[in-house]
Design a protein. Structure first.
Ligand code: FES
Ligand SMILES: [Fe+2]
Length: 312
């Protein structure tokens, strides 16, 4: 599969996805946060309305790292010569009083906040909406979100777990089957398996997010796994786990917190089972069998997914 090798190399840029950059709680209006992503570096902060702003970290003057700068009135100020940039990336102040050149701009990524994370879209305009967990709105859940250690694999390899039904039984010992069909769109894949006692409703968004609603042993768990490429060799990730919010009184909050903790432990266990394999494998698309048909379809979807270099 030649084209898959090309995807692994990311020779033509990175997939045009919504990438999680940071925990929403770590993004403030006090200090810019620097993140290495997509083979480049960005700054993340909150503007005067609290909305996340994601911009190229390299100053257009001499290339200083703007993440080393400061937020002055919620505007990014370069640490080197104190040029200041607004939330649209326009330079609005050069302290010497020099005329501001038209090229004194930094790129502003499409940004979103969801599932306890701040996301950037790799492109000038998003090709699709930010990732969802199937069957639920964020407002209906209590969630817990946390960062994961780095991996030496592109995010789409980890996400292939979502349609690798063989490994769900073998590695994770889940009592699940394989869906007849998976629904492949341009920018998402969805499937649903339902028996009387078990429901698995999964969704891949882009090539870097797998989310699912799992109903088993009488309980509902919602989860989302999201990765972002640091560069061509390394990725970082996050996961979110959620349970339905059952009320606002103290008793309900306590009950939800206990259920959330149980759900978090379940997800941690899945990840602990995956990690020794994913962190040591030399990934390739090798000999596939009939049981791998959805996985094979996913690899085709990945190969065809739009790509772009991170805008500079
Ligand atoms: S390098 Fe940023 S203002 Fe000079
Ligand atoms: Fe897995």
């Amino acid at each position: 599969m030649k084209e898959i090798d090309r995807v692994i190399d990311a020779a033509d840029g990175f997939h045009q996805c919504w990438y999680p950059l940071a925990l929403a709680d770590d993004v403030s209006g006090e200090m810019p946060l620097g993140i290495d992503v997509l083979g480049t570096r960005v700054v993340v902060y909150r503007d005067a309305t609290g909305t996340p702003v994601i911009q190229t970290a390299w100053c257009p003057h001499l290339g200083a790292d703007l993440a080393r700068g400061e937020l002055i009135e919620r505007q990014l100020r370069c640490p080197y010569h104190h040029w200041r940039f607004d939330r649209n990336g326009r330079c609005i102040d050069i302290p010497t009083g020099d005329k501001i050149p038209p090229g004194a701009r930094i790129f502003t990524f499409p940004a979103a906040e969801a599932w306890g994370l701040v996301w950037a879209f790799n492109g000038r305009a998003p090709l699709f909406a930010p990732p969802r967990i199937p069957g639920i709105e964020e407002s209906e859940l209590v969630i817990h979100t946390q960062a994961r250690p780095a991996r030496r694999l592109p995010p789409w390899v980890g996400v292939s777990n979502g349609v690798d039904f063989q490994h769900l039984r073998a590695l994770h010992n889940l009592q699940t089957s394989t869906p007849e069909t998976i629904d492949v769109g341009d920018h998402a894949i969805e499937f649903r398996m339902e028996t009387e006692r078990y429901l698995q409703h999964g969704r891949i968004t882009g090539t870097n997010v797998f989310a699912q609603h799992l109903h088993r042993d009488g309980s509902n768990v919602y989860m989302l796994f999201a990765g972002m490429p640091v560069d061509r060799h390394q990725s970082r990730g996050f996961f979110t786990v959620g349970v339905r919010n059952s009320g606002d009184d103290a008793e309900a909050r306590h009950r939800d917190a206990m259920r959330l903790e149980g759900a978090r432990r379940f997800v941690e266990q899945l990840l602990a089972e995956d990690d020794p394999v994913l962190n040591t494998m030399r990934f390739k698309i090798g000999v596939l069998t009939a049981s791998d048909r959805h996985l094979a379809r996913y690899f085709k979807y990945v190969a065809e997914f739009p790509r772009a270099e991170a805008p500079a």
